[in-house]
Structures are given as C-alpha cells and as structure tokens.
Design a protein around this ligand. Structure first.
Ligand SMILES: [Zn+2]
Length: 127
C-alpha cells in the first residue's frame, strides 16, 4: 500500500484501498458543489480579518503560509466562478488539476503555453 496526499483536498489516503477511495470521492463531491477545504476557508478568514483590522496582521501572516496554499485558494476561486457559470460538477477533478498546473506555470514561468492550452476548454465558464 502507498499513501498519497491529495493536492486538492489535503486528504492522506491509500488509492488502492476501496474505503479510502469512497471517502475521498465523497469529499470531492462536496468540493465540486462549492464547499471549500478548511485550510482554504481559514486562509480567507485570516486574510479578511487582517485587512479589516489593518493592524499589521498582513505582515505577520506573510511567513505562515505555504505558496501551495496560495495556489489552492486561487484555484478554488476560479472553480467557484466556473460553478456559478454552469461548469459541470463532474469536471471538478480535471478542472482543478489543470488549473493548479496553470497556477504552477504562472508562478514558475515554466510551461505556460501548454498549461494555458489545457485550461482552454473551460474558458467559456470564466464569465
Ligand atoms: Zn482530494
């Protein structure tokens, strides 16, 4: 058996274990409908409060977050917009994989042309 950490939901799971696959699929179904992983919600709240209070919180936040989480927050925002524009929920996993790869390419400056081509098919849900 081997354990993977899902880049989208953060779940540690064994893809060869049927029970794990079921639990994982359930989580993704909820996310596909518009809910967000707790670390994404926590980030939004921390960011929102830091801006609302404007007492140096933004500065204190800057070393506490992983760039991976930043990309995830952006990708979930994109998904939320696509959902409100009618993207099929069944596209969730492929949409997120392609858009996280696109975010990677923007940050690294590598492979942008290919990554942009891979998200093209969802362009009509950008709105
Ligand atoms: Zn997952």
């Amino acid at each position: 058996m081997s354990v993977d950490t899902c880049r989208i939901c953060g779940l540690l799971h064994d893809p060869s274990d049927e029970e794990d696959r079921k639990i994982h699929a359930e989580i993704h179904k909820k996310l596909a409908r518009g809910s967000q992983p707790i670390k994404v919600r926590d980030f939004s709240k921390a960011f929102g409060w830091a801006v609302a209070f404007n007492d140096g919180g933004l500065d204190r936040m800057k070393d506490h977050y992983d760039p991976e989480l930043g990309k995830l927050v952006v990708a979930f925002s994109w998904w939320s917009r696509a959902l409100s524009n009618g993207v099929p929920e069944k596209d969730f996993d492929r949409y997120m994989d392609a858009h996280l790869a696109f975010a990677d390419s923007l940050v690294s400056g590598i492979g942008q042309v290919e990554a942009r081509a891979a998200i093209q098919k969802w362009g009509r849900f950008d709105g």
